[in-house]
Design a protein around this ligand. Sequence first.
Ligand code: SF4
Ligand code: SF4
Length: 467
Amino acid sequence: MPLPLRSLHAFAGGVHPLGNKNTDVLPSIHLHGFKEVELLMQQHIGPPCTCVVKPGDHVDVGTLVGRADKPMSVPIHSSISGTVKEVHYVVSANGAPVEAVRIESDFNHTINPFCKPPKVESFEDFVQMIRDSGLVGLGGAAFPTYIKINPPKNKMPDTLIVNAAECEPYITADYRQICEHPDDIIDGILEVMKWLEIPKTIIGVEDNKPLVTRIFSHEIKKRIYKTGKHPDIEVRTLKTIYPQGAEKMLIYTLTGRKVPPGKLPIDVHTLVMNVSTLRFIGLYLKEGIPLTRKRMTLDGSALNTPGNFIVPIGARIQDIIEAAGGTREEPKKIIMGGAMMGVALDRIDHGIIKANNAILVFGSEETTLPPESPCIRCARCVNSCPMDLIPCGIDKATRLRDTEMLEKYHVMDCIECGCCTYACPSKRFLTQSIKNGKVMVRAERARIKKEQELLAASQQKGGSSPS
Ligand code: SF4
Ligand code: SF4
C-alpha cells in the first residue's frame, strides 16, 4: 500500500486566500419540496439539447426532457416528478438566451420506471452509458464526460488523476462527498481504470485536508482486504495553494507533465476527473438514475444556516436559499460558484445547472470594493499568474481594445482563476478585464473567419465563371 507522499513538483504563481471552509464539518442535507424547477436545455460545453416535452406532459424523475442530437452534447432529464408547464426562452446566468422547460412538481418524487442499473459489457457500452446518464464534469467545467473518457486511440491516458483538491475558498461540496461516499468514489475510479485500461490513479489532496487523505487510504485498504486485488491507486498530498485544483496545475504538480497552451490533459496522456464526477459514475452503475441532483455549498455572511445541500437540478436559486434557511440580512452580492472564480448574479430566479457547486450570499461587509487605482507596475499580478501570463499587459490591451496585442499576450490561455486580481495592490479589476479581452478576441477571430470564407466563396465564383 503506497503511503501518501508530498508532491515533488510545484507550479509557479498562485495565491493564498483564506480557505473559509466553514461548512466542512456539516453533513449534507437533502432539500425536497420545491414547487417547480426550470431546466435549461444548455447545461454543458457544446451544442444545446433538443427539447422533447411539451406543456401538459407528465414527467418523472429521470424522464428525458432534452435530447442530445449533436456531438459534444449530453441529455437532460427531469429532476422532479410533475407536469411540464411551459417551454420558453430565458436569459441564463451568463446572459445568453436559452430554451428552458418549466416543470411543476406533484411532490411525489416518482422515479421513472425505465431507470435501471445499466448493463456494461464493453468500452463502447461504458461510453454510451456515461452519455445516456447526462454526466458532465461536476467540478464546474461542465465538459461532457463521455467525450473525456473516449479520446483518440493514440492518446489513451496512462494516468487517471482524481481531483480532490477543492482549492476554492468556501466550497466544501467535494469534501463532504468524500466524507460521506468514499466507497462510491472508489467504485467510480475502478470502473474508469477498468474500461479505459488505465494502469495508475493518483488522488491529489491538499495538505489542509488530512481527513480526506485518511479516508481514501482506509477505503483503498478495505478494497484490498475484501478483494485480494491491489489497485494502483495512490493518495498524494499537495501543498495548499490556489489554484492547485486547476487541471493544468494539478497535472504538473502530480506528474511533472506540462500541458502546452491550447492543448488538453489528454495530449499528455492524463485524464483528470473530479471526485463528484467519479462518485456519480459509481452510483449510476448501481441505481441507473441519471444526473438529476447536485450537491452544493451555501455559505456567506448573509445566510442564516450555511451548509451543504443536495438539490434538484433546475431548482431556482431564490428557492434554494429559502429552503436552506433563508437570509439574516439583505444580501448585497450573490455569487454562483466560488469566491475566486464565481460569477456575481444580477437575478436569483435562475434554475441551477449541472455545473453549479456553490451559492455564496454576502452581506455588506465583504462586498464593499475599494475603487480601482492606477497600476504601479509592481508585477505582483505577473508573479501570481499560474499560466505565466502578463495580466497588467492584457488589461491594458483590453482597455485599448487592441485585439492584436491581446493575441500577442496569449489572452486565451487565461484560466480565469482570479489570482492576479487577488494579488493586485491597486485593486484593479484584472480578471474581469481579461474576460472582456477574451470576448473581443473571439469576436475578432469570428469576423476574420467570416471574411476569409466570403473571400474564398467569391474567388471560387470568379474562378468558375466563363472568361
Ligand atoms: S486570471 Fe488569468 S491572467 Fe489572472 S492570474 Fe489567473 S490565469 Fe493569470
Ligand atoms: S499587480 Fe496591479 S499594480 Fe501591480 S503591476 Fe499588476 S496591475 Fe499593476
